[in-house]
Design a protein around this ligand. Structure first.
Ligand code: 7PJ
Length: 268
């Protein structure tokens, strides 16, 4: 378990519809961005080649590998922080580890066929995220009896599944999955009650950065104008017990966490 909040910097490698630079230019700018995030204070670089935004189309294994592998290979040995692979596909996990990744960040919490066994055989650290439904449909009227209890039941079940294949508790991080099959009230209930998930005795990750929840709270603010809102939500998350913050704006998040931490531990 991490004892001070750390930052997971987000590196999405999905084709930019505004550039025709091709895979090489996309890979090069992703590599530059990752190195910049490490300089800015990222403790983990999270590399994803499959968009899981609401309504996003599915990506083939081949396309996902073509996007992420060159970037992981280029970063391996050139940055001094671990690389996590944001995927649900066992083959992508395996190839990403072959290229230098050491953490699996799975929004399906290892529920895909073969994913649990793959994570176990790789000896991976894993982040298990809660999601109701799937990215295609999850924001269509999500429903819970009690969102915090329902997510806890899910975590209990996934921890049992991990234990059954030999994935140890100290290699697991849990994440309530903000925005993944949750309306604004669900997201806020989870954020306010984040400390409850410490009952499991593992690190808790919060991914709030640039999410629609932040946009909604700011009167439908555009995604690229949600930095201050995202940093604010990150601070609330650490105050409520989050150990890992997944963020796009690493420099700003790092600065906020540094001030938070120094005030928290200030001694005259
Ligand atoms: C999350 C994620 C998250 C974890 C994404 C986005 C959508 N992985 N991958 N937690 N979100 N663990 O960044 O808006 O919240 S992709």
């Amino acid at each position: 378990m991490v004892d001070q909040p750390i930052i997971m910097g987000v590196l999405n490698i999905t084709p930019d519809s505004f550039s025709d630079g091709g895979l090489f230019l996309e890979a090069q700018s992703a590599i530059d961005q990752a190195i910049l995030m490490v300089e800015q204070g990222a403790d983990i670089i999270d590399i994803g080649g499959e968009s899981t935004r609401p309504g996003a189309p599915e990506v083939s294994v081949e396309d996902e590998l073509k996007r992420v592998l060159p970037v992981i290979e280029a970063l391996n040995g050139n940055i001094d922080v671990p690389i996590s692979i944001d995927t649900s596909k066992p083959v992508v996990m395996q190839r990403a580890f072959g290229a230098g990744a050491s953490i699996i960040n799975d929004v399906y919490a290892l529920r895909a066929k073969g994913a649990l066994e793959m994570a176990a055989s790789l000896g991976a650290d894993v982040c298990l995220m809660h999601m109701q439904g799937n990215p295609r449909t999850m924001q269509k009227n999500p429903k819970y009896d009690d969102v915090v209890s329902d997510v806890k039941i899910f975590f209990t079940e996934r921890l049992e599944a991990c234990s059954a294949v030999g994935i140890k508790l100290d290699s697991i991080t849990l994440d309530p999955g903000f925005g993944f099959g949750k309306n604004l009230a669900h997201n806020i209930a989870l954020l306010k009650n984040l400390a409850e998930f410490h009952d499991f005795g593992v690190s808790i990750l919060a991914g709030l950065s640039r999410k629609s929840m932040i946009g909604s709270l700011l009167g439908d603010k555009e995604v690229d104008s949600r930095m201050i809102g995202s940093v604010t939500a990150a601070l609330i998350a650490v105050e409520n017990g989050a150990n890992i913050i997944r963020a796009h704006d690493v420099a700003e998040t790092k600065e906020a966490l540094t001030v938070w931490q120094q005030i928290k531990h200030f001694r005259e």
